[in-house]
Every structure is written in structure tokens, then in C-alpha cells.
Design a binder for this molecule. Structure first.
Ligand SMILES: Cc1cc2nc3c(=O)[nH]c(=O)nc-3n(C[C@H](O)[C@H](O)[C@H](O)COP(=O)(O)OP(=O)(O)OC[C@H]3O[C@@H](n4cnc5c(N)ncnc54)[C@H](O)[C@@H]3O)c2cc1C
Length: 292
């Protein structure tokens, strides 16, 4: 394969994906690369396109269930400095798609920029956050985004601006592209006050989710007007388990895995919950987790 010959220094074959995900479940990526620059990312995408190789982008792996069966895709991990840079110019913040959301939040709060402090505690990257319009009850990332620079699957770079970008509850219209860079417009604020708000949000967030040493993920998107956790509770499914995968009994919106849990067990549990909730309430729960 020409791609392998041309990018031998970059591409790793049969890379285990489990260690890159919060659930630590999953098989091998046939091809895996961590491009070191935006230009190199673009060259890789173009080369993969020429060879009809499907592409996948890995963020922080906090919303990802990777199945054990191997896929022939090229998995791209945006971890290099050129793809994780955070630049602040007045109220404008330009962030690489691979930057950790937590780093962005602490940088902007430290610079007296308001708007993201309540998102503290959401794991993952800027790319993952924008694609899934990550948020909490009092706001989401999408409302601060003014531009997203994307690469399409053919390797063409396109800058898209608000309001043409579409963000809805935990969804965006960026599902089929690679988020290379995001520009945010934030408000000015007082560093001490913003730090206090961020700390309060962090306390609230920590109290509502499993401890960070657990292998956990959010199972379902909250339907309109009620949380998925409430529906799970009402259906008597708190703590329900399939093998080594269970719904947290304390935080029923989260699945928690242990030992040698498998993707089949996760999918079986999600399916069971979906059916039980639909039978009881007529509500069709939608998956929050992206499944590869
Ligand atoms: C303990 C815990 C708490 C959480 N709390 C919240 C919360 O309060 N609110 C909330 O909204 N979510 C929450 N989540 C879910 C998760 O953190 C978010 O969905 C997060 O934004 C996912 O980002 P990621 O980088 O980890 O994406 P990943 O899990 O790596 O990927 C998710 C999807 O995004 C795509 N993607 C990632 N990066 C890019 C990119 N650069 N370009 C294109 N596509 C990309 C992937 O291909 C995949 O389809 C929580 C998860 C956990 C485990």
C-alpha cells in the first residue's frame, strides 16, 4: 500500500485502541497515526482518500465505545503541539482540535475570559466537545463557537462560520469531518470571580458523576424534559448489569465497567435499557456514546 510506504515513519499498524478510551475496551486499529503538523494531517487524509481507506478521529476517548472486531480504518490521533495549540487574542480564542478542553478552560479563566468555566470537568478534547456539542444544564460549547476549520474526507480544508454552523442538544453538523481548529468568542470577566465559578462548577460536577478512577461513560442523551438517569431509575434499572458492565447505582446515567468487560456486554446493557424504557414510557433513548 502506497500510504504505508509514504508515511512509514508515522503509521503504526495494529495499534490497540482500548488504552485511548475511558472504558478501556476495544480491539486494534489496522492503521493509526499521530500527525505532527496540520500539513501532515492533510497529506495523510488525502493519501487515505486516494486509497479508499476509511478515516476515524480519536479525541480523548471519553465518549467512545470501540468494538473488539478490527476495523480497516486509519485512526488519527490529534495529539501533537501543532494540533493542540491554544492562542488567546483579546476575547478571541483559537484552539487546535486535539487540545484538552480542561486546558482550554483553565487558560481562558486565567486570562479573565468568561463563558467556558461551567464546562469544567467534562473530559476530552476541543474537537470531541464541538462535534458532540458538549455541555451542562446551563450551557454548551457550541454557543461560543464562531468558526470551525475542518478537513473533509478528501483532505480539503474548509473554514465554516457561525451562524451557518449547526449545534443542537449534544449534536452538531460536524460529524463527518475532522475538526482541525476552533475559534471561540468569549466575554471579559474578573479572574477571581471566574475562578470561584469554575471551582463551584467543578464541585457540582464531581458530585454528580462516578469518581475519575472508575472506567465510566455517559450512556444516553437526555430526552427533552427529563433526564435519562430519571427514566432509568423509574424503570427500576439502577445498578442493572451485563457481565462486568453495569449502570452506576449512584449515578444511573453512567455505565461503569470493570475487569474484562466487552463491547458486547455494553451494547447488550444499552439495548436492554432502551427496550425497558421504551416499553414503560414510549421514549426512545438515543445513545450518547459513539460506537466504532
Ligand atoms: C466522567 C464523564 C463525564 C462526562 N460529562 C459530560 C458532560 O457533563 N457533558 C457532556 O456533554 N459530555 C460529558 N461527557 C462525555 C464526553 O466527555 C464528551 O462527549 C466529550 O466532549 C467527548 O470528547 P472526546 O475528545 O473524549 O471525544 P471522543 O470520545 O474521543 O470521540 C467522540 C466522537 O467525537 C469525534 N471526534 C473527536 N475529536 C474529533 C475531531 N477533532 N474531529 C472530528 N471528530 C472528532 C470522534 O470521532 C467520536 O465520534 C462525560 C464523559 C465522562 C466519561
Amino acid at each position: 500500500m502506497k500510504l504505508l510506504a509514504d508515511f512509514a515513519h508515522l503509521i503504526r499498524e495494529n495499534e490497540p485502541l482500548a488504552p485511548y478510551t475511558w472504558l478501556q475496551i476495544g480491539g486494534l486499529a489496522r492503521y493509526f497515526a499521530e500527525p505532527t503538523t496540520v500539513a501532515e494531517l492533510q497529506q495523510l487524509v488525502r493519501a487515505a482518500h486516494k486509497e479508499n481507506l476509511p478515516l476515524r478521529v480519536l479525541g480523548g476517548g471519553s465518549n467512545l465505545l470501540v468494538q473488539e472486531s478490527q476495523s480497516d480504518a486509519l485512526v488519527l490521533h490529534l495529539a501533537a503541539a501543532d494540533l493542540t495549540a491554544i492562542k488567546i487574542d483579546g476575547h478571541k480564542v483559537t484552539v487546535g482540535g486535539g487540545a484538552k478542553l480542561s486546558h482550554v478552560i483553565s487558560r481562558v479563566v486565567g486570562q479573565g475570559l468568561a463563558g467556558l468555566e461551567h464546562l469544567v470537568g467534562i473530559p476530552g478534547t476541543m474537537g470531541g466537545a464541538v462535534v458532540g456539542n458538549a455541555g451542562v444544564v446551563n450551557g454548551d460549547i457550541g454557543s461560543h463557537v464562531v468558526r470551525v476549520t475542518t478537513l473533509d474526507k478528501a483532505g480539503q480544508m474548509v473554514a465554516r462560520h457561525a451562524p451557518a454552523l449547526q449545534f443542537s442538544y449534544r449534536r452538531s453538523d460536524l460529524e463527518d469531518v475532522i475538526v482541525v481548529e476552533v475559534e471561540l468568542e468569549l466575554e471579559g470577566g474578573d479572574v477571581t470571580e471566574l475562578t470561584r465559578r469554575m471551582q463551584n462548577s467543578w464541585i457540582v460536577k464531581r458530585a454528580g458523576q462516578p469518581p475519575t478512577n472508575q472506567r465510566a461513560a455517559i450512556a444516553f442523551v437526555d430526552p427533552s424534559g427529563i433526564s435519562a438517569a430519571e427514566l432509568i431509575d423509574q424503570a427500576g434499572l439502577k445498578g442493572a448489569a451485563e457481565g462486568e458492565v453495569s449502570l452506576s447505582s449512584q449515578y444511573p446515567g453512567y455505565i461503569v465497567v470493570s475487569g474484562n468487560a466487552t463491547s458486547t456486554q455494553v451494547l447488550a446493557l444499552l439495548d436492554r435499557v432502551r427496550k425497558a424504557v421504551a416499553l414503560r414510557t414510549g421514549i426512545q433513548l438515543q445513545s450518547h456514546l459513539r460506537i466504532w
